[in-house]
Structure formats: C-alpha cells, structure tokens
Ligand binder design. Structure first.
Ligand code: AMP
Length: 115
C-alpha cells in the first residue's frame, strides 16, 4: 500500500470538490481515473479509514451503506440487469494502492472469471 494516502481523503472532505458523481453524509462516489471496465466507480467513505483492517462493529452501518450506494450507482449506470462486481482490495497482497478504504464497482462488460 504505497500511493498517496490523502488523495481520497482530500476529495472526500472538500464538499466543493467537483470529482464525486455522488455524495451524501457518509460516502462519495468517484469514477476511477484508470478504468478497468466501461463502468468503474469507487465508493469511498468520507471517514478516513485506511482499509478494511480498521473496520469494526462501529462501522457496520457504514459498510451496509456502501453496499446500498453501490447498488444505487449500478442502477444509475444501467448495469443492474447485466451484472457487476464489487471489490475491496485489502493490503499489499491484494494490490491496494490507496490507503483510504474504497470499494470498486465494475461492470458494463463481461468480467473475467476470478479463478
Ligand atoms: P486500489 O488498488 O484498490 O487501492 O485502487 C485504487 C484505485 O484508485 C485505482 O483503480 C486507481 O486507478 C484509482 N485512483 C487513483 N487516484 C484516483 C483519483 N484521483 N480519482 C479517481 N480514481 C483514482
């Protein structure tokens, strides 16, 4: 986990930052700058949690909210019916680059099988 920890934190805590395509009191949603699929969004909590390793019982509602927002974003992008994938990279072995918890939403094409 190497890259700029503050990138998502900076965007999340600036309500005037134009990058988010969605914002509420708990999360923002960004379009990935290096998309791996026609739809590639990032659901990012405003709370500066480094990764899933920092999640505990107190974040249960936040994690649930991230899933609800992901489903809403998929619907807005028109990919609910065709399908999509949600991914959270945790730590080095998963290739987590940004040390601010985020969930990828990928879709808009047939995605490669995972194993
Ligand atoms: P991860 O490997 O799970 O940490 O994913 C980080 C993702 O953030 C990568 O897919 C990057 O392309 C993406 N990314 C990095 N900086 C930005 C940014 N400023 N805005 C949107 N996406 C970004």
């Amino acid at each position: 986990m190497t890259t700029n920890q503050s990138v998502f934190s900076d965007i999340a805590r600036d309500p005037l930052n134009p990058a988010p395509i969605y914002r509420d009191e708990q999360v923002i949603v960004l379009r990935d700058i290096n998309p791996k699929a026609p739809v590639h969004l990032l659901i990012v909590p405003i709370m500066p949690l480094t990764s899933l390793a920092q999640i505990g019982p107190n974040q249960e509602s936040l994690i649930g909210h991230m899933l609800v927002v992901a489903e809403e974003m998929a619907r807005r992008e028109g990919i609910t019916g065709s399908g999509f994938r949600l991914v959270v990279n945790q730590g080095d072995d998963a290739g987590q680059e940004i040390a601010h918890l985020h969930m990828h939403l990928l879709g808009g094409q047939k995605l490669a099988a995972m194993g």
